[in-house]
Structure formats: C-alpha cells, structure tokens
Design a binder for this molecule. Structure first.
Ligand code: DX5
Ligand code: ZN
Length: 229
C-alpha cells in the first residue's frame, strides 16, 4: 500500500454551535464540505462539562443518514455506552484510554464487535508510550491539543511531537488532532503529520465555513503530498 492512500478528512465539532439547532447546524457543515461529524460526548465526571449522549445522537442520525459520525467519548466509563452508540449507528467510537488503562484491549474489542471503528484518545498529559501497545488494535489515534472539556481553548503546540512520532512510525495511520485547531494552527498539525482534523469554533464562528474547511484541507493535503515526493 502506498502512502498516498492517506486521506485528509475534516471533521467539524458542533460543540460550540447553536445546539438547539443541532440538525440544521450539522447539515450545514456537511453541505459546506465536512468529511465527518465529530460529536463531543461528555459525562461531567471525566471532564468538568456535560453535553449530550446517545439519545441525541440517535435523533441526529435519523435526520442525517449518510454522514460518518465519530463520537468523542469524554466519559469515565466508555464501555457502558458502546451498545447505545452502535444502536445510534455511530461509525467510530473514540474513547479516552486514561480511565480504562487496564482494560483498553477489552474496550477496543467490544467497540469492533459492535460494528464501529475504534479511536483511542490521549489527554495532553498522557504520553505516547501509554498507547503504543494498542495502536495495532485501533483505527485512529486522537492526540488532544487542549484539555478536553470545552471548545475555544488555546492550541497546545507542544503536543506535536506525539503526532510526529506516530506519523514517523505509522505512515498510514489515521491521526486526529482536536482542540484549538484553526487557520492559525493547522500548519503545525499538518507538518507534524495529522490527517484527521477536528475544528470547532474556528469553523462554527466563521462567516464562511466552506472557505475555512477548504483552507484547512489544502494545508493538510499539501503536507501529505510533500511526504510522498
Ligand atoms: C474539547 C472537544 C473539542 C472541541 C473543539 O473537549 O473535544 O472537540 O470542542 O473545539 P475548538 O476547535 O474550539 O477547540
Ligand atoms: Zn472532541
């Protein structure tokens, strides 16, 4: 397989959108060029904030049938929500390894058995060594570039060595960045090797969502291309 099969994907986070209009906001993002929707699920325990859970995701899925849904599970007990999220037709279940360090493989297996892709997420303080042994059991690694919990925080450039390490060792791995990613920070992410780009406020607050997503994509694609020559 050639490295060129690595694809750039833009996954807006609707966390800071008008959640009373969840469907309209989500559909607008898809119409403006999103490759997938990054749905931030928080339980108020793993992170000091609450958002929505599987009942809301299931309702959204009824309205939007074709888009790829990733749920970013910022929850203390990720095992608990696998079946309900699979039932909501979620495509990828991305969970934090920190609360389940003794059980990562078991959770990965259950996510796969439920028919979803596996994403493994790392908080900023979690080093790459904590996830190394599980990479072969995952479809994607999410390197958080802010402390999970809130949109609109400052991007942590010091996370880029984790992305670089992953890209160097896994040329075809899907690597996602999330937190503070926008037009001012995308170059670092792209050069480090991220190919799945979550962006919340930078897209939601812009007057031209389509242009922002196109620009994020262009930056990432040009880095992927440079790696191929
Ligand atoms: C933070 C969430 C992110 C965040 C992205 O806990 O996981 O998805 O909402 O929003 P921005 O891009 O505004 O940091
Ligand atoms: Zn997220």
């Amino acid at each position: 397989m050639e490295r060129s099969s690595l694809k750039c994907k833009i996954g807006p986070s609707i966390l800071n959108a008008d959640l009373s209009q969840l469907y309209v906001e989500s559909q607008k993002l898809i119409d403006n060029g999103a490759d997938y929707l990054h749905l931030d699920v928080m339980d108020g325990t793993f992170v000091p904030n609450l958002t929505f859970g599987h009942p809301v995701v299931k309702c959204l899925r009824k309205k939007i049938q074709n888009a790829f849904f990733e749920t970013h599970m910022m929850v203390q007990d990720p095992e608990k929500w696998i079946e309900p999220m699979a039932d909501a037709n979620v495509n990828q279940y991305t969970f934090h390894i920190e609360p389940v360090l003794q059980n990562v493989l078991k959770v990965c297996r259950k996510v796969r058995e439920a028919g979803m892709k596996v994403g493994l997420a790392l908080k900023p303080d979690t080093g790459i060594e904590a996830v190394r042994q599980y990479i072969d059991h995952a479809d994607m690694i999410l390197v958080m570039t802010v402390e999970p919990g809130f949109g609109g925080q400052k991007f942590m450039g010091e996370m880029m060595p984790k992305v670089q390490w992953l890209r160097r060792n896994y040329p075809l791995l899907d690597i996602e960045v999330d937190g503070g990613v926008g037009l001012n920070t995308i170059t670092s992410c792209a050069e480090a090797g991220a190919n799945m780009i979550v962006s919340g406020t930078a897209i939601i607050n812009s007057v031209d969502q389509r242009a922002v997503m196109a620009s994020l994509r262009e930056t990432v694609e040009s880095s992927i291309h440079k790696c191929n020559v």
